[in-house]
Design a protein around this ligand. Structure first.
Ligand code: 6PG
Length: 251
């Protein structure tokens, strides 16, 4: 499904509504919700607005667990950190138990070790939580976790999380998280990213994009999917659950 908006503010308001609806349904179903946050700059307004709604009680924030789809290999206080952006926009304004915030570690010795540590944490988390009362859809692959909501952005090259065009990670089918070497993307730092099987196991995937470059990529994804899959990693996101694109004409 594709929803179009005149600007990022209208799109962000719709994103907040979708997040709240999805979280409440998940909490009704199994008592908790798992939300993967997108990085970059586009979702910042969404997180700021979500903080306002959370503080009115509309988001069951105490039952929500927050994860990241990817992280840059920088200090958590660095302006390029996806955790820093979400902390400033959301976590600094809403009471969330630290045990409900699951950042990708960046203090490990190497990005590879950090990716292994994040995967191990995810495995422990999902093993410790009760399964859904009704899964609601055919689970793609039991070997991977089914997050309730995966928030994703897309770069001007069609990358999503830190899965970039031509990356060998695009065919990864075992690991839940992996390291991405420095020199790719903006900023060109090393990264840790969730892998496609995890993205595609999600019950709900919500892309939030803005601008004509990204809209053109989406049009290719929708009209020429086979061609798009060769060019754009975002075209490979085909979840077992719902896939919604929120497209803002302009920032
Ligand atoms: C990252 C992000 C990345 C982001 C896109 C879009 O760490 O870089 O997770 O996948 O979603 O690059 O970023 P913008 O929203 O800033 O354009």
């Amino acid at each position: 499904m594709v929803r179009e908006f005149v600007d990022i503010r209208q799109a962000s308001i719709d994103a907040v509504r979708y997040i709240i609806d999805t979280a409440r349904a998940a909490v009704r179903d199994k008592g908790y919700c798992t939300i993967v946050l997108a990085g970059g700059s586009t979702p910042q307004l969404t997180y700021e607005l979500l903080a306002e709604f959370a503080n009115t009680g509309k988001l069951p924030v105490t039952q929500c667990h927050f994860f990241w789809g990817d992280e840059r290999w920088v200090d958590p206080s660095h302006p390029d950190s996806n955790l820093a952006m979400a902390a400033k926009a959301f976590f600094s304004k809403v009471q969330v138990s630290p045990s409900n915030i699951h950042p990708i570690p960046t203090a490990e010795a190497t990005p590879e070790i950090a990716a292994e540590a994040y995967e191990s944490h995810l495995r422990d988390f999902f093993a410790s939580m009760p399964p859904p009362a009704q899964p609601g859809f055919i689970v793609n692959n039991e070997d991977f976790p089914a997050f309730d909501l995966m928030l994703l952005g897309m770069g001007p090259d069609g990358h999503t999380v830190s899965l970039f065009p031509g990356s060998p990670l695009l065919t990864e089918n075992k690991r839940w998280a992996a390291a991405v070497p420095a020199g790719i993307g903006s900023p060109p730092v090393a990264r840790i990213t969730l892998t496609l099987p995890v993205l595609n196991q999600a019950r709900n995937v919500l892309f939030l994009i803005s601008g004509t470059t990204k809209r053109t990529i989406l049009e290719t994804i929708l009209s020429r999917p086979k061609e798009a899959e060769k060019l754009y990693p975002a075209a490979l996101v085909k979840p077992a659950g719902n896939l919604v694109w929120l497209v803002a004409d302009k920032n």
